[in-house]
Structure formats: C-alpha cells, structure tokens
Design a protein around this ligand. Structure first.
Ligand code: G3P
Length: 217
C-alpha cells in the first residue's frame, strides 16, 4: 500500500519523506488555507515546493465546477510539474473532465467520493485514483471501511486500473484496516503514519537491552 500524506505543511511533508516511506502527497483547498497559503500564485508556488520535496504524485485540486474552467485549471496545474495529479470533484462536470484528462494521459484523482456508484463512474472515466472519504462517512455513523471493501470488490471484478486512494484517514487503525482491505493507497495525517511506529513493549525492550549492555561494559 502506498503512503501519501494529506497536508500542505512543508515541515510535516519533509518529516514523512525523511522517514523513507512516503509515496506522495494530497492536498485540498482547506489544507492550503490551514497553512495560510492563499491566492493563485502562492498556491501554484506551494505545489512546486511540495513536488521538490517528494518523489511521488502530488494531488492539486481544481477550484472550478464547470467543465471548461476545470480543464483550463487542470492543464495549468499539470504543466507546473510532472508529479502533479489533477484532483477533480465527483460531480458531473468533474467526471467529464476526468475523461478528458485521462484521454490525454494526464493523471487524475476523483475526490469527495462517498459511494460505490461514484467510484464505479470514476473508474469508467479512467481516473488514476479514486478518493473515498472514510473518516467523513464514519462521522455520520456510516461505515467508511465498508465502502473501501465495496470498491475493492467492484474494481477487482472488472480489473479496473483505477487505484483506491483511501482518504479522510483520521488515525492509525484506519491505516491498518485499509491495508487489510487491499486499498492501493492511503492518505492521512503524519500522526496516523507515526502511530504505526508505537508499541510500549518496543520501548521497554530497548531500555532493557541498553541497561544490560551497560552492565557488561
Ligand atoms: O484527503 C481528504 C481529506 O483531506 C479529508 O480529510 O479529515 O477533512 O475529512 P478530513
């Protein structure tokens, strides 16, 4: 399973990259605003800065909601850097734009996906990635992980190449459960990735090894 980090915070992206396990980055307008990155030029500049830190795919979201402007914005984003993936909302115009970009060989990420039907449409439109938001489904008392398993089954039935990018990951158990269900990618906060590292028996065991080593030296 690929690990993407879901943030526009450069320090956190650098920390995940330094760990050696990072495969890419996802962002959205809310994450950009959280870092105080506003205005088109600053946002484009920030995407380039992210691409210069990581080796893998970097999702950059269009703001437009009509086909023509989505295409214009998406082409501008794709021209920024070879690692850019054009992120499109799961609406009718977004599906059309997804097909347009996939026909041109430009990578896409269909975002704001909350149902198996939407994921099926994304695959039919040739999306590179589909982003089901599992945390936001959990927030409204709906099993987000169940959606991941439904999409896995549908994509496997027809050998769709679209990669399931489990998004809106909130914690470490989401990461583990996505891996168990065969999600191709997960995108989450740095805390969800670093949580994989933790076990008290590791810390206790290491302390004992070091203590015993000191006794013999
Ligand atoms: O990748 C999608 C993500 O940014 C949404 O996460 O935590 O705002 O639901 P969240």
């Amino acid at each position: 399973m690929k690990f993407f980090i879901d943030t526009a915070n450069l320090e956190q992206i650098k920390e995940a990259q330094a760990l050696g396990v990072l495969d890419g980055v996802t962002t959205n307008p809310s994450l950009m605003a959280k870092e105080g990155i506003t205005g088109k030029e600053n946002i484009l500049h920030h995407y380039k800065a992210i691409c210069n830190i990581v080796d893998g795919d970097v999702s950059a979201e269009v703001i437009a909601t009509d086909f023509d402007t989505m295409v214009k914005e998406g082409e501008e984003l794709a021209a920024l850097h070879s690692q850019i993936v054009v992120k499109l909302p799961m609406i009718k115009e977004g599906v059309k734009a997804c097909k347009y970009f996939s026909d041109k060989g430009i990578k896409t990420n269909m975002t704001l996906v909350f149902s198996a039907g939407q994921a099926l449409l994304a695959a039919k439109a040739g999306a590179t990635y589909v982003s089901p938001f599992l945390g936001r489904l959990d927030d409204v008392a709906t099993d987000g992980l169940h959606l991941i398993s439904e999409i896995r089954q549908i994509y496997d039935n027809y050998a769709f190449e679209t990669e399931i990018l489990s998004a809106s990951i909130r914690h470490t158990m989401h990461v583990i459960n996505c891996a168990k269900l065969g999600s191709d990618v997960m995108t989450g906060p740095l805390s969800a990735i670093m949580g994989l590292l933790k076990h008290p028996l590791t810390d206790i065991g290491l302390a004992k090894f070091l203590e015993d080593y000191q006794k013999g030296n």
